[in-house]
Design a protein around this ligand. Structure first.
Ligand SMILES: [Zn+2]
Length: 294
């Protein structure tokens, strides 16, 4: 099991091993000379692995300045409270308007428990974050020693979604905005969960990301690629096909599970995560599109 991988240019991937699954959910470390940033906190159940990763990399916990949350889903932001207890100077950055969710995560936890059912255990309980350690951001530029990081609001997958672009290496931390990256297949699989997924916003987000001209993408799920903006057109093409299939399936009153299976066949996706992704992830995406369309 590989805990830490070097992306290059002072960027490192730490595997959270969420739910014991390796190479599925990543947290990134962006290291400047005097300050570091984490992109995402990972789930509560992955915090120990993130801390272990920082230790392996020789990071002084006092140097971590920001924990930038790409969005407030449990696999990305669930561990924030636990992590901040160990990072004495870090501030969590979240899309403005979402601060309260971290300060009092009880509603998010309730809805996640309902939506996720038995797999909720994979994510774990969130811990409260004190209000002075959360800052809301929109379009922003962060300074990290000699590095400049551009924060870009990217609603679509979730209303609270943010991406970060490291201007030094032209690396985009895309969270879930482009989908799940399947390195072995060279594909991206869009993820469109309820209740937030919005097709119009997602199209605008993809356009905005293409316009940045990024040259490398770091995916939360999972890994990185030197492919740049062609990933955007790949994601958009797959998304349009998914929406079309859901539209057709809804007209025929098909079972969402059947629609999900059809989409995976159509896109020719064979995931390394096996049943888990077929059964849960693709079905969640279908339900998000159904909700958007109805
Ligand atoms: Zn995710």
């Amino acid at each position: 099991m590989e805990l830490v991988r070097e992306v290059g240019g002072g960027i490192y991937l730490i595997d959270t091993f969420m739910g014991g699954v390796q190479a599925f959910t990543a947290v990134y470390l962006v290291a400047g000379k005097k300050a570091c940033m984490l992109v995402d906190a990972g789930p509560s159940t992955g915090v120990d692995n993130v801390l272990k990763g920082l230790r392996v990399l020789g990071v002084d916990l006092e140097d971590v300045k920001y924990v930038l949350l790409t969005h407030v889903h449990l696999d990305h932001a669930g561990g924030t409270g636990h992590l901040l207890e160990r990072l004495p100077r870090a501030v969590a950055l979240v899309r403005e308007g979402m601060e309260a969710v971290l300060v009092d995560p009880s509603r998010l936890m309730d809805s996640a428990r309902r939506a996720l059912g038995p797999i909720f255990e994979m994510y774990g309980e969130m811990r409260l974050v004190s209000p002075e350690r959360v800052t809301g951001v929109g379009e922003a530029t962060l300074e990290l020693g000699e590095r400049m990081i551009r924060v870009i609001p990217t609603p679509g997958h979730s209303r609270s979604h943010l991406c970060a672009l490291d201007l030094v290496t032209s690396t985009l931390f895309c969270g879930d905005s482009l989908g799940i990256f399947l390195a072995d297949e060279g594909k991206v699989l869009p993820v469109t969960p309820p209740p937030d997924f919005d097709l119009v916003e997602q199209r605008a987000t993809l356009e905005k990301l293409a316009a940045t001209g990024f040259r490398r993408a770091c995916f939360s799920h999972f890994g990185w690629t030197a492919h740049g903006t062609e990933l955007v057109s790949m994601s958009l093409r797959a998304l349009e096909r998914m929406v079309e299939e859901v539209r057709r399936g809804m007209a025929k009153e098909m079972d969402p599970r059947e629609i999900a299976e059809g989409i995976m066949r159509l896109l020719g996706v064979h995931t390394p995560y096996g049943e888990f992704m077929f059964r849960d992830m693709s079905l969640v995406s279908v339900k998000g599109i159904m909700r958007y369309l109805s």
